[in-house]
Structures are given as C-alpha cells and as structure tokens.
Ligand binder design. Structure first.
Ligand code: CA
Length: 516
C-alpha cells in the first residue's frame, strides 16, 4: 500500500501530464531485492536504511540496501576496510570513502568484480558518462586494466581563488595587480603604507591557512607546486612525462623569489606555524591583505565582518600573470574521487547491482542523490531543482542537511553543481564567473595504479624523498639555506635517494594506464 501511495506522490509532484510514467519503470527487480552494503566514510560509519533517499530509491528500483558495515566504531577508513577483510565475508556492495586503492589492490586478486563489460552491457548511463569524459575511466583503473568501482564524481570547476583586500587597494589608490611585478608592488604597499590605518606597521601582506599555499606562489614564476588537488603531487609536463614539481628549474626560480618576498616581510612570518586559524584571525583583526583560499568560505567574510571591520571588502581577483605572462589557477576541483562503491565477488545479483548503480546516473537518480526527495527538500521550478526555503534558510549547512537524508553521500554518483550554487554567496558567484570567463585551469594529474613491483619501488624511496624535499623547501623560504647555492647538491641528493627510480615507475604505470 505504502508503495502505491508513494509512487502516486512522486507522479503528482513531478509534473502534470507526467513524463515520468512514459519513461518506463525503473524497477530493477520484480520483487524487492535485498543487497547488503558496507558503507563507511568520514562523516558516517554505516548505511542508514531509514534515509529518505533510500526509501525513495527502494520505491523506484525495488532494490533494498541492507546495512552490513564493518568497523562502525572507528572513523578510520583503512581500519574499517581491514576489519571488513578480516571478517572473511564480503557484503554485496562495498562503498564509502577512499575505496579506490583498496579495490584496485584486491580487485585483481578476485575480491571485487571488474566492471568494464558489466557497465557496457547493463549500465548505459554510466557508460555515457565515461564516453563523454575521456580519461576518467582510465584514471580509476587498476594495473590489470580493469576498473572495480563506480566513483563519486564531483561537479563544478573552481575551488580556490586569489583574494585581496579591495578596500585596502582603494584606500591606497592602487589597482588590482595584473602580474607578478604589480603583485609584489601591492604587497609592498600593504606592508609600508598602513592600509588598516592604526599607525602601526603590523599588516601581513600575504597569509594562508595552509602553508602549502605559499609554495603555490611558484606558479608566478612558471613553476608548479602540485599536479592535483593534493599538495605536493606529481604532474604531467609538456612532454607528456610524469615528473615532480620540486625537481624542476622553474621551481628553483620560484622558491628563490618566495624566499626574497619572505625576507622582505611580504609573507606571514608565521606562515609555517600559524595554521588553520590564520584566515579567521588575520581578517577579523584587520591585518591580512591577500591569500589563496576557497571561493565559498572566503567570500563569507564580507558579511561576517561587515559590522566589525569598517569597509572590509575581501574579494577574488584574477591570478597575476607569471613572468612569462601566464595566468594560472593551479587548484581546481578534482573530477573524480577515490570514493564510491564496488561489487564484491560474493554478490549473487551482479547484473541487478550494476543496473542499480546505473539508476543513480539517470536523471531521477541524480536528482535524488544530489537534492534528496522531491517535495521534501526541493521542488522542480521551471525545470530546475530548487531547494525549499526552509533548507536554504536553515541554521544547518545545506550539505549537512543532505547527508542527514542520504543525499550527497560518497556513493557512486555524479554530483550536480546546481546543488552548491544555490547556497553560494553573491560575491563568490561573481568571482567564479570572473574565473570562468578566463582560461585559467590546467589539467589535473589523476594518479596511477601501480603493479606490485612498481608499488615496492615507490614505497621504498618516495616517503623519504618527499620528507627531504619539504624540509629543504621550508629552510630555503625561511632563509636557513639558499636554493640557488644548494640546487646542484639538492638534485644530486634526490638522485641518490632514488628519485629517478620513482619517476621510472610513475611513468611505466602512467603509460600502461593512459596509453601515454
Ligand atoms: Ca597598520
């Protein structure tokens, strides 16, 4: 009975003259079919069968997910995965946070079902996604050439932006800096000309919550700080080779200049130690002048500080052009997450399961996974899913409200940026549109899957190499070493530590995975 009522409700709220009925049933099974699931991620350990989204998905598909999560008493994803393996019995579906490496290791050994053929034959919406987003299927594939999970696919392009105190620029009669020389001049003016007006030389021209953002400044000298949204990552150079940014000539030039800026007092003297409260503290105390940080949260300070810092106006501006004239926003949202879900070898309903995974890529499934249940958290208005006012105006963040009903979970799903745009502030929207109108983004390095031999080489050498790189990097910026004087020795040390062996396995894995 409940089913009929709900189906009727879905029809009536979707549209008059309903296209939903015409599109045909999405029922995957004639009878309700239970599938057990391990679902463990940072915010939730376990799959809540009472989620409104789960209830709606049951009505639509006849697939009933049954929670069988291991490690519910730990928030450690790897520990939960180990517990899952140790119990010996795998549920039908294994999903949640950071499952990529897990399934890519144990998939080829038989624990998970390869999805390539299954998707091609039974999951047309997922296959259409791969076909229209070249390179992403390769990016999640294991070393045997198969892929073993359907990922959480984020939407939206921009994450971080370059921010500056526009009111300080106005007060000093300065324009937004358009290139690295002008940026240097503006930061120098912030240091010298008392833009906060207290008579003290107390301004911190450039600051960052994450110290790694100071390394990002190497892009102003055509260096790189990372190839992805993970700090210190490898990247693919113009010759199609995987290299590490911290072994490149332009990185040396960039660090040399950043050290100079640091010595001049243009960079927060506590950049390596101030930590995550830096933005909050330096903005609310009217001390910080410029940073590189997330659009949505950074734009929130204009409203938050309107009553306490007179004239406060912290806005995104275009990345200053580098010494060679390139404007680059090195950070972007990664198009594919290591989160999602996989089918275990013990699953007796593999075809139904892949059809169920495909459901979440249909229009109905995308709306459900992104916005929750229509009529409960959102309504269709002029063909757009619009959150109800009580969702947008709630004290609780929209994403938290979504997690509570089972939407925006890291299942295998394709995020819809309209979800976030609706609660992005006007200032951030303007900034995003400014960035979007300029060609600022560069391709992400999406990682490689090592075979066992490659993994052994990487594990043997890389951790200590990276530690050494970061230790030298910090010393050079703080002035306890000189990058130009040390550079030849530094490269020689990297080589003696196994840098070229690591680069070799990175490139062999990369060539196998991407056909490079
Ligand atoms: Ca001052």
């Amino acid at each position: 009975m409940r089913k009929l009522t709900l189906a009727a409700a879905i029809l009536s709220t979707t549209a008059l003259g309903a296209p939903v009925a015409a599109e045909g049933p999405m029922l995957i099974s004639d009878q309700p079919l239970d599938l057990t699931i391990h679902f463990h991620w940072a915010r939730q350990q376990g799959y809540d069968e009472s989620f409104a989204v789960e209830q709606a998905a049951r009505e639509m598909t006849n697939i009933y997910l049954r929670d069988a999560t291991a490690g519910k008493n730990t928030t450690d994803l790897a520990e939960a995965q180990n517990l899952l393996l140790a119990q010996g019995d795998l549920p039908d579906i294994v999903g949640g946070g950071r499952i990529k490496d897990f399934v890519n290791q144990y998939g080829p050994e038989g624990a998970f079902v390869p999805l390539n053929d299954l998707v091609r034959e039974h999951a047309p919406h997922i296959q259409a996604f791969w076909d229209s987003h070249p390179g992403l299927m390769e990016a999640i594939s294991s070393y045997d050439g198969n892929y073993y999970y359907i990922p959480y696919l984020p939407d939206g392009k921009f994450g971080r932006a370059w921010y500056i105190r526009q009111d300080w620029l106005d007060k000093l009669g300065l324009e937004q800096p358009q290139n690295v020389e002008e940026y240097h001049a503006v930061l120098t003016a912030f240091r010298d000309q008392d833009p906060n007006g207290n008579g003290l030389k107390d301004e911190i021209p450039f600051f960052a919550r994450q110290w790694e953002e100071v390394i990002r400044l190497v892009t102003l000298w055509d260096g790189r700080s990372s190839g992805s949204d993970t700090y210190h990552d490898f990247y693919v150079n113009d010759d199609g080779q995987v290299v590490h940014p911290y072994a490149q000539e332009n990185y040396r030039i960039g660090i040399s200049n950043i050290a100079q800026w640091y010595a001049e007092g243009l960079i927060d003297p506590e950049i390596f130690t101030r930590g995550s409260s830096a933005r909050d503290y330096l903005l609310s105390e009217n001390l910080g002048g410029a940073t590189h940080d997330w659009f949505a949260s950074t734009s929130g300070y204009n409203a938050a500080l309107a009553g306490t810092v007179e004239g406060f106006n912290f806005i995104p501006f275009l990345p200053p052009a580098s010494v060679s004239g390139v404007r680059m926003e090195e950070h972007r949202r990664i198009p594919i997450k290591p989160d999602g879900w996989a089918i275990s070898y013990q699953n007796d309903h593999v075809v139904e399961t892949i059809k169920y995974f495909d459901f979440w890529f249909t229009e109905e499934g995308r709306l459900l996974s992104n916005f929750g249940v229509e009529g409960q958290t959102w309504d269709m208005v002029d063909g757009e899913p619009i959150y109800k006012p009580e969702v947008l105006n709630s004290d609780q963040a929209v994403n938290s409200q979504m997690y509570a009903v089972g939407a925006q979970l890291p299942r295998g799903y394709w995020q819809d940026y309209r979800y976030e745009w609706q609660w992005t502030s006007e200032a951030a929207r303007e900034g995003i549109e400014l960035y979007d109108a300029n060609d600022l983004l560069i391709p992400d390095f999406l990682g490689v899957s090592f075979n066992q031999d490659e993994q052994t080489v990487y594990d043997k050498y890389w951790p200590s190499i990276q530690t050494y790189m970061l230790e030298r990097q910090q010393a050079w910026i703080l002035g306890t070493g000189n990058v130009d004087a040390d550079w030849a020795d530094y490269l020689a040390t990297l080589d003696s530590m196994g840098y070229s062996q690591v680069i070799e396995v990175m490139n062999s894995a990369y060539a196998r995975q991407y056909g490079g």
